[in-house]
Design a protein around this ligand. Sequence first.
Ligand SMILES: Cc1cc2nc3c(=O)[nH]c(=O)nc-3n(C[C@H](O)[C@H](O)[C@H](O)COP(=O)(O)OP(=O)(O)OC[C@H]3O[C@@H](n4cnc5c(N)ncnc54)[C@H](O)[C@@H]3O)c2cc1C
Length: 400
Amino acid sequence: MLQNVLLEREIYASEEHKMMQAMIQDFIKNEIIDHLDDWEKKGMVPRELWERAGALGLLCMDMPENYGGSGLDFSFNALFIEEMAKEGITGPGFSLHSDIVAPYLLKYGTEAQKQKYLPLMATGKFITSIGMTEPNCGSDLKAIKTTAVKKGDHYMVNGQKTFITNGFMCDMSIVAVKTNSGTEKEGVSLLIMESSYEGFEKGIPFKKIGMKAQDTCELFFDNVKVPKENLLGEEGLGFKIMMTELARERLTVALNAIGGAEGAIEKTIAYTSTRTAFKQPIAGFQNTQFKLAECTSQLQIHQTFLDRCTLLLAAHQLTSESASIAKYSATEMHGNVVDECLQLFGGYGYIWDYPIARMYADNRVARIYAGTNEIMKILIARGLFKELFQELKKAKKKPF
Ligand SMILES: Cc1cc2nc3c(=O)[nH]c(=O)nc-3n(C[C@H](O)[C@H](O)[C@H](O)COP(=O)(O)OP(=O)(O)OC[C@H]3O[C@@H](n4cnc5c(N)ncnc54)[C@H](O)[C@@H]3O)c2cc1C
């Protein structure tokens, strides 16, 4: 049992956290686990699951109560992410909705925008997504081509987004667009776009190698009229806002990774304790023990660092570099752990009925989305060479 080895985590030690953990575990056991196969076949989860999560107060937990949230701190959101990941649940994009879209609105939205969307989001009756990536650019976000041209009281939006989590089910998306395209004042801006607007179309969910119950899809905009009050933050400052908020997104991916690694190790301890070979449990072989000891050590170290990051985020002090270290290192660790664990399941590890197989497939994307791990290393290195890069910038020379 992992609990015999891992340090107790202070951030989750309060009575409130323990009650929340028990409620989340019941929610997963009673309302999710038995339906996973069906949802994977359908390529998405039912809307009722979102509404149930909303009714239990599991969405937008750290939103203030006057906007429909629970007024808790971010550690409760973190707990929810980890508990879901421990069981390998990747269908519902709750975290993207609560931990990414909601904070954008809370921080940069006008009072009218917050009143209109946040309470609805907390109920789960209104599902949201975020549209940055386009077919021709993901890492290089400044190169987006979707345009928004101001025409009187609205923007006219044309373009396309791809790989959008919650894309098919979303009622609203925060979309990155180019405003004043082709002019000197060209910049990236963020628009709140409801999927009911004329000209807003959705593609069918992608057939992915993992996260099969997650409705990831393309979004198409053909002359979509977006009221100008739907501008989120200032015009032209969208890129800056995205770069600021990506730290939180990266931490959520890292939290998912440590939850996933913990779940994988637990399941492997259970399996290797009962499966026998050469007249003894697989767990009796020193190789099994060493592999699981290595995985547990890596998990413990990452948990400790991520607990610190979680506290820093709650105090609005998490830096881009720390978030990048967390995302890069935790997702690499998760990948290694799931691979080692699957190996210990032998042939059964390759069979979809075994959760370790799903965990193996689902986990791969974490090294790609929310900024690839190569981009994470660039961001960390920028911190290491900050002064040098500033000097080069002043001299109008490229750092590379
Ligand atoms: C399941 C899934 C869900 C997603 N959800 C969303 C979502 O909700 N919203 C959204 O906007 N996007 C989403 N994405 C998109 C995701 O964020 C992008 O796929 C990711 O940022 C990488 O962009 P790209 O696919 O265009 O790859 P590219 O940018 O084309 O990169 C290809 C390769 O080149 C490398 N590379 C690129 N630039 C550099 C460089 N400067 N130095 C070194 N190497 C480099 C990359 O690391 C990568 O290995 C999702 C993707 C997936 C698969």
